[in-house]
Design a protein around this ligand. Structure first.
Ligand SMILES: [Zn+2]
Length: 309
């Protein structure tokens, strides 16, 4: 990073809104006896074509135009979640952190967590849907690890930790700077949190009513978290479903390490969500990213929740 970039990053950090900002940055839902708090990390702006790398450019352009979205950079929401079940406080993913100065609108998770009254020292568990930089970055922010409990458990799929020791990017279409960042952030994370890792092969119960299950696809160890209590259910879908996935589940995302498998995974999950009526929260759906999935002919439709204050 050049000095100019470093200093502009510092200015951006100083100009961030105060913790009592009026901009909505968190949204609470209850799933039976379990509290779920969605926290916005901000907005990433990857190249718009990375949302649909195998699409006809004209079809992709028309899809973006119809939604008044830029054809240059896609305003991509970035959400992470806090779950309280019994006496456990669980973070699911952690946002971008300070890893990448070219995404200055993201990386707000840690201070927004504090603004929401969540003390890092109270976090008992972290669950990672996968180890891309926009999911582990918040854990790498200076001073965060030091404030975590010494007995913190970090749940991640064993296939994921294995993958990042020698990651394969041959089927992705990431800008090279982001592939480099993905390698760097995942290694930094493994080095920093190795003694806290609780890996699982296919599935693990993290807390009563909170189960993480491997899906693969986006990355080999990509996982989703299913939360259930009484009759109520919510799935945190990580990077299995994107805003384009409902109209075009076949569109490959440039960040997918196995795009064909990622398509199969999202079709399977959308079918499950439509059949069960479970709430869905996804990393990159527009904040607060709470909705349900309905069938719509051969496809599926995103039905956002009506905000409840
Ligand atoms: Zn992501």
């Amino acid at each position: 990073m050049s000095n100019a970039q470093t200093s502009s990053r510092k200015i951006i950090l100083q100009e961030r809104p105060a913790p009592d900002e009026l901009v909505p940055s968190r949204y609470a839902v209850r799933v039976g006896d379990i509290d779920v708090l969605i926290i916005s990390d901000g907005i990433l702006t990857p190249p718009a074509e990375s949302m649909a790398t195998n699409a006809d450019p004209e079809v992709r352009g028309a899809w973006l135009d119809e939604r008044f979205l830029s054809k240059v950079a896609f305003d991509w929401a970035l959400n992470a979640v806090v779950v309280r079940s019994g006496d456990q406080t669980i973070l699911i993913d952690s946002g971008l952190g300070e890893e990448y100065p070219d995404f200055p609108r993201a990386g707000q998770f840690v201070h927004r967590l504090e603004a929401a009254g969540v003390d890092l020292a109270a976090v008992t568990d972290v669950v990672l849907t996968h180890m891309h930089f926009d999911h582990v970055g918040g854990l790498l922010v200076e001073g965060v690890k030091e404030r975590m409990r010494p007995d913190l458990r970090v749940h991640v799929c064993a296939a994921e930790t294995k993958f990042w020791q020698a990651p394969d990017f041959s089927l992705t279409a990431m800008p090279p700077a982001l592939a480099d960042l993905a390698r760097k952030a995942s290694l930094e994370f493994l080095n920093a949190y190795r003694s806290h890792l609780r890996t699982f092969d296919q599935q693990a119960q993290v807390a009563p009513g909170v189960v993480v299950t491997r899906t693969g696809g986006h990355t080999p160890g990509h996982s989703v978290v299913r939360i259930s209590s009484g009759d109520e259910r919510l799935m945190f879908g990580g990077d299995a479903l994107f805003p384009v996935s409902f109209d075009h589940p076949e569109w490959h995302n440039g960040f997918e390490h196995d795009p064909d498998e990622a398509t199969r995974v999202r079709l399977r999950l959308m079918k499950e969500l439509a059949e069960t009526g479970s709430w869905l929260v996804s990393t990159h759906m527009p904040f607060p990213s709470v909705g349900r999935v309905a069938t719509a002919g051969d496809l599926y439709r995103w039905v956002p929740a009506w905000w409840d204050y």
